[in-house]
Design a protein around this ligand. Structure first.
Ligand code: CP3
Length: 345
């Protein structure tokens, strides 16, 4: 047994209640976050400042009562340190000034350990959080999946159609694989260094998994995620790995690999995930985040998930990130309700 119920739950061990955290829990719905971000000047400065990043990492643990903190950073600091100029533009989100669309640009990117070594501010943030976080709370480190990172690196920004990426998949698959392999190498080192700095658990976010048809997902994303998980598992078997490929309920039959927890997104019925994957993996999730606008809607969903997962092997979470205009009170209600309904004698 670990001293952290979150870590026990990730390994499917019995816990006094089902632990809970929320994706994007450190963020704009918290007035305390907005204050610190203002002090930092902008979002990237905040990511680059370990003292302030540690402060906002800890806020949801103190304010909302979650069982795990997630490192405050962003998935896009990785391509940024591979040499891509990054900006977060108000109202528009992240933008890379020079997207990578050919071999020359790809070869110019910094790879492997050299890129991972540049993310010192992330490792410094982890060390500060670990010093300040209570011993019974877990710290989650994370990375974007190579596919999700590649969508931003190639498109240069968020996209509705992913047409530039997909054109490459169907016309220049070798280029796509070369880019994904390069990102995968950086991410392996990046997670190793997060673990060495003190994270207890890691999560791989594949937020844009659903952009690909099944056969292409199973060629261009999942194998790279599995490769990363196998690499980390071999070296750090005591560190649980959470995989979160968002929006692929129809692909669950093909999910396999050496990891511990499968993050269920809100579009996938929990009962379906349990039927397909519940024997092999602990399941995390999956309340539709917009239910947080209503306590009644929250109650209905939490009690239903609790009923489906009553034998355990579960971690409560939202089925994607919390939105900026959710009342803090409702987030607190969600967290305390999850603990309450799952209490075991
Ligand atoms: O609390 C946490 O979960 C930890 C911090 C965290 C952030 N981003 C902070 C953030 C994590 C784990 C992420 C991951 C991330 N970043 C993902 C995968 C998870 C997901 O939600 O699907 C993705 C796709 C990104 C890329 C990204 N970062 C986008 C598209 C945006 C703009 C949209 C938005 O929400 O504003 C960001 C910015 C971002 N990342 C913010 C935060 C708190 C908002 C910045 C701000 O204005 O303060």
């Amino acid at each position: 047994m670990s001293d952290k119920i979150f870590v026990d739950a990730c390994f499917g061990k019995p816990t006094p209640y089902t632990p809970v955290w929320m994706m994007r829990q450190a963020g704009r719905y918290l007035p305390q976050y907005m204050k610190v971000r203002e002090k930092a000047g902008n979002f990237l400065n905040l990511c680059h400042n370990p003292e302030l990043a540690a402060e906002v990492t800890l806020q949801p643990v103190d304010i909302v009562g979650v069982d795990a903190a997630i490192l405050f950073s962003d998935i896009l600091v990785v391509p940024n340190e591979m040499g891509m100029e990054l900006d977060f533009i108000k109202g528009e989100g992240p933008v890379f000034a020079n997207p990578v669309r050919d071999e020359k640009a790809l070869d110019a990117l910094i790879g492997a350990e050299e890129a991972a070594d540049k993310l010192t501010y992330v490792y410094d943030t982890i060390k500060l959080v670990r010093e300040r976080l209570a011993d019974d709370k877990a710290l989650i480190g994370f990375t974007g999946a190579p596919w999700t990172l590649a969508t931003y690196m190639i498109e240069g920004q968020g996209t509705k159609t992913y047409n530039i990426c997909k054109k490459l998949i169907y016309t220049e698959p070798e280029f796509m694989h070369k880019l994904l392999a390069k990102v995968t190498e950086v991410v392996k080192y990046y997670l190793e260094k997060q673990i060495e700095a003190g994270v207890d658990v890691v999560q791989i976010f594949d937020s844009w998994a659903a952009a690909l048809e099944k056969s292409k997902y199973m060629e261009f994303s999942w194998p790279y995620m599995k490769e990363i998980a196998a690499h980390i598992k071999a070296k750090y078997p005591h560190i649980p790995i959470i995989m979160f490929p968002k929006g692929i309920p129809a692909y669950l039959d093909e999910i396999d690999g050496d990891f511990d927890v499968f993050g269920v997104d809100w579009s996938t019925p929990m009962a379906l995930a349990k039927e397909k994957l519940g024997e092999r993996y602990v399941l995390q999730g999956n309340m539709e985040p917009c239910r947080l606008y209503s306590k009644e809607a929250t109650y209905e969903c939490v009690t239903s998930i609790a009923e489906t997962m009553k034998e355990g092997r579960h971690i409560f979470n939202l089925g994607h990130g919390i939105l900026p205009d959710v009342p803090v009170e409702n987030a607190k209600y969600f967290v305390s309700l999850c603990k309450e309904v799952s209490k075991r004698a």
